[in-house]
Design a protein around this ligand. Structure first.
Ligand code: 2YC
Length: 272
């Protein structure tokens, strides 16, 4: 899991309106609608207001990421939920949030980023939510994925969640991971769920054979201009971006990529 840097999120909250407009342009759906789809929920505009959300900064491990809590709160607030960032951090922040009547808590240390609904006990993990959220966006961008070949690059938590979400919507999934045993493990999980997936041994030929790609790995700039045609569609939750800068012009309006928005929005709907 790539640790975000302040630069990755510093301008996020201020750019949400523009971000949402781009998303609607690419998928026909708003951030809210994609998140609701990913969580298997209707986007209950009305219900939002009654939930109060708290974001709790966590100092443990490598510590606070400047603008991280503000970005998370900005996204949740943009979706219509009354959101506060606790003054206190860590345990004091949890106490403050509960005493102030917040029902949904967001908190992240170096290894785990969750949303928690205190009333229902529901927990949403960012990695899992991000995988499902990006597939929900890709389904809209591709006008459905049933019977379509999709390459998932990276068999970590986000890639695993994405691959499972893809087979559930009837996509033909191929998996590539730099660590072949990781691809095997993911293929095993998919078979356990009653589906199948192919394992791509070679990335170059896999990219040449697939127009629809999920980049769920932390590698940068390995998707070259030669891998991108007018049919290419990419969902890239992986940080940093796998698409080489030289290829961006070819794919700009068929590329889903953000540091937090789709994952955090899906976490909200998961715990509603
Ligand atoms: O500011 C804070 O509260 C820090 N404790 C936050 C640490 C987040 C570490 N995780 C990440 O940077 C991201 C996750 C958002 C998803 C993947 N990596």
């Amino acid at each position: 899991m790539t640790r975000l840097k302040q630069d990755d999120v510093a301008a996020l909250a201020a750019g949400l309106e523009e971000y949402n407009a781009e998303l609607v342009g690419m998928t026909g759906c708003s951030l809210r609608e994609i998140a609701a789809h990913a969580a298997g929920k209707g986007d209950r505009e009305d219900g939002a207001r009654k939930f109060s959300v708290a974001v709790i900064p966590m100092t443990c491990g490598q510590g606070i990421i400047e603008s991280f809590a503000e970005s998370v709160a900005g996204i949740v607030n943009y979706l219509g939920f009354k959101t506060v960032i606790t003054e206190n951090r860590d345990v004091g922040g949890v106490a403050e949030a509960v005493q102030n009547g917040s029902e949904i808590l967001f908190m992240a240390d170096d290894d785990c980023f969750i949303a928690l609904n205190l009333r229902t006990g529901k927990v949403s993990d960012n990695g899992d939510a991000t995988g499902r959220g990006y597939v929900a966006g890709l389904v809209q961008m591709c006008g459905g994925l049933k019977g379509k070949n999709v390459l998932v690059i990276g068999a970590g938590p986000v890639g695993t969640s994405a691959a499972l979400a893809l087979v559930r919507v009837g996509a033909e999934v191929s998996i590539y991971d730099i660590d072949p045993p990781a691809s095997q493990r993911l293929s095993g999980k998919i078979i356990e769920e009653g589906y199948t997936a192919k394992i791509a041994a070679d990335l170059e030929s896999a990219l040449a054979e697939h127009a629809i790609v999920v980049d769920a790995c932390p590698a940068e700039g390995f998707i070259m201009p030669r891998h991108i045609s007018e049919k290419t569609m990419i969902a890239a939750p992986g940080i940093p971006l796998g698409v080489q800068a030289a290829g961006l012009a070819r794919i700009s309006n068929r590329l889903l990529h953000d540091p937090l928005q789709i994952g955090v929005a899906t976490m909200v709907f998961d715990v509603l």
